[in-house]
Design a protein around this ligand. Structure first.
Ligand SMILES: Cc1cc2nc3c(=O)[nH]c(=O)nc-3n(C[C@H](O)[C@H](O)[C@H](O)COP(=O)(O)OP(=O)(O)OC[C@H]3O[C@@H](n4cnc5c(N)ncnc54)[C@H](O)[C@@H]3O)c2cc1C
Length: 260
């Protein structure tokens, strides 16, 4: 399965070059993963069928949520590309419309029920029986397409996001600094002007203001994710690390001057 690069949407012409290059380099049949919410590339049925003309691009996982385009592809263009539904809450619709497969999150949660729906709807053509099974499956599929966020201060909220980026692991390991370096309520180290705010402990001890990355202990600097208020990205962590070295040199120079 092949998904276009994220972040900067490719033009249709560039997308065709990208898919042709990959298809030319391997001998396996390829499923084009159509997920406009993540890639920013929203295609018409005509364009998707055109992708199917590239040698090696044989299948489509359609996670556009666009039932009209999916139907058009299944009904009119299956000679160009074989479309599988990839949008959970459209599974019944996709199978009933003739999709030969569904790529389906709920099938990983309740596989027996998913197989039962496939057998009842696709194989037996029992529409009434399939609707009964779908009622439960729809609830699970719908649940998987929403997110419940829990704000630790104000309570829970359910949202239906277009895309979801989960950032895990943002937990500073600063227990060792408790009482020695000032931290915010999540444990990130306070630096620079933040140290001059009220209710910070330990207090900044000197008359001169703290340097940009300096912690509440003069001459100790913090850089990267562990620093309160930093941008949690690789490039900024590296940049702060480089800046911290410069600040250490400046601090050592000031000590040398003081002793001279
Ligand atoms: C899931 C995820 C996805 C991300 N995706 C991106 C992305 O796509 N692009 C991007 O720019 N950024 C991304 N980030 C953020 C990026 O990884 C961080 O901003 C960056 O790694 C921060 O670098 P750092 O050096 O400050 O901290 P870290 O990389 O966390 O390094 C800190 C190191 O210190 C070690 N350590 C901790 N406590 C101690 C101790 N007491 N003694 C010794 N060692 C210790 C840790 O084990 C760790 O190795 C992502 C982060 C996560 C969690």
């Amino acid at each position: 399965m092949l998904v276009p690069p994220f972040y900067d949407p490719l033009s249709f012409e560039t997308l065709k070059v990208f898919l042709s290059d990959v298809a030319g380099a391997i001998s396996l049949p390829i499923v084009y993963y159509n997920v406009p919410g993540a890639t920013g590339i929203r295609l018409t049925a005509d364009q998707i069928a055109e992708l199917g003309e590239i040698d090696g691009i044989d299948y489509l996982k359609d996670t556009s949520g666009d039932a009209v385009t999916l139907t058009d592809l299944i009904v009119n263009r299956s000679d160009k590309i074989k479309a599988f539904n990839g949008w959970d809450t459209l599974t019944f619709f996709g199978i009933a419309s003739g999709a030969e497969a569904s790529v389906w999150g709920a099938a990983g949660v309740v596989p027996e029920l998913a197989v039962e729906l496939w057998e009842t709807l696709a194989e037996k053509g029992d529409l009434v029986g399939a609707r009964e099974i779908w009622r439960d499956l729809w609830a699970i599929s719908d649940f998987l397409e929403s997110v419940t966020l829990r704000d630790l201060d104000s309570g829970a909220e359910t949202v239906e996001p277009g895309v979801l980026f989960v950032l895990i692991g943002s937990e500073p390991r600063t227990d060792w600094a408790a009482g020695a370096l000032a931290r915010d309520r999540w444990g990130f180290l306070l630096t620079g002007e933040r140290l001059l705010e009220d209710d910070v402990a330990p207090r900044w001890p000197l008359e001169r203001p703290p340097a940009l990355l300096e912690t509440s202990t003069p001459g100790v600097f913090a850089a990267g994710d562990v620093r309160a208020g930093s941008v949690k990205r690789v490039a900024s962590a590296v940049g702060e690390g480089a800046l911290a070295v410069t600040l250490v040199h400046a601090h050592l120079a000031s000590l040398t001057r003081a002793h001279a």
